[in-house]
Design a protein around this ligand. Structure first.
Ligand SMILES: NC(=O)c1ccc[n+]([C@@H]2O[C@H](COP(=O)([O-])OP(=O)(O)OC[C@H]3O[C@@H](n4cnc5c(N)ncnc54)[C@H](OP(=O)(O)O)[C@@H]3O)[C@@H](O)[C@H]2O)c1
Length: 245
């Protein structure tokens, strides 16, 4: 870990590319020191940090797997050793392993739920322990339109994302009086690696705006939810999907 800073601190999981990179950049623009988490793509995490630096911000890269409780606890302990507070946590890391449920191997059911939902537990619980003591903080988790209206072939992903929404609503109500806000952003299809192999023609037909979203269009909503402008917003699911639901 690096030199302590008095800047507000935001942890973004899965920040080596895609939506996580855009969120990291957007939060850095609003003055946060960003903890850029990645699991395997170190080069991508370095690129995220470079992008932040080009815009005058800074960040700290941390490799850990959100599925591993010991690793997440150690990472959060290390952040707290170097910084006074954790002001924002964005649970962004997520994976897909699509397939019809009747053919879905247990490992695909488990891995998707492990990253999104158990990752939420592993990160949010230790961060929340700090936030309720400091009596401030904002937690935003990235769910999906799939958690609101499930799509064929995504039973595992829909279960993970719907679980994230349910858990966030409950946690929000539990900590609302303690100055901590907990919200969810549910994107529709967004131009990233995650959907690069999905045929877009069929998807665009489902979107009233008839286009795929950009990672930056998710990031600005996350930044709003973390800001004082959202001081009375908690327990909500904000959809960013071109009008799909
Ligand atoms: N793109 C979409 O259309 C869309 C729509 C709705 C919701 N979402 C959600 O938005 C979030 C970001 O998606 P994206 O499209 O940006 O995906 P992406 O381009 O595939 O990026 C996923 C990121 O998550 C990280 N990650 C995966 N497993 C991890 C783990 N176990 N621990 C730590 N980091 C891990 C990856 O890091 P490494 O590469 O270093 O492993 C990568 O940085 C996900 O939760 C996704 O479900 C995406």
């Amino acid at each position: 870990m690096e030199t302590p800073t008095k800047k507000k601190v935001a942890i973004v999981t899965g920040a080596s590319r895609g939506i996580g990179r855009a969120i990291s950049t957007e939060l850095a623009r609003s003055g946060y020191h960003v903890v850029i988490n990645y699991r395997s793509d170190e080069r991508g995490a370095i690129e995220t940090r470079e992008k932040i630096k080009q815009e005058g911000g800074d960040g700290t890269i941390m490799q850990f797997d959100v599925v591993d409780p010991a690793a997440t606890q150690a990472a959060i302990d290390a952040v707290l050793k170097s910084f006074d507070s954790i002001d924002v946590l964005v649970n962004n890391a997520g994976i897909t392993a699509d397939g019809l449920f009747v053919f879905m191997p247990r490992r695909d059911w488990k891995s998707v739920i492990d990253v999104s939902l158990n990752g939420f537990y592993n990160m949010t619980k230790p961060v929340l322990e700090k936030m309720v003591v400091q009596k401030s903080g904002s937690i935003v988790s990235i769910a999906s339109v799939a958690g609101l209206i499930g799509h064929r072939g995504q039973a595992n992903y829909a279960a993970a994302k719907a679980g994230l929404i349910g858990a966030s609503r409950v946690v929000a109500s539990e900590v609302a009086r303690l100055g901590v806000r907990v919200n969810v952003v549910a994107p529709g299809p967004i131009e990233t690696e995650m959907i690069k192999d999905v045929p877009m023609g069929n998807i665009k037909a489902l979107i009233p705006m008839a286009r795929i979203g950009k990672p930056e269009e998710v990031a600005t909503v996350v930044r709003f939810l973390c800001s004082k402008d959202a001081s009375y917003v908690t327990g909500q699911v904000i959809s960013v999907n071109g009008g799909m639901v």
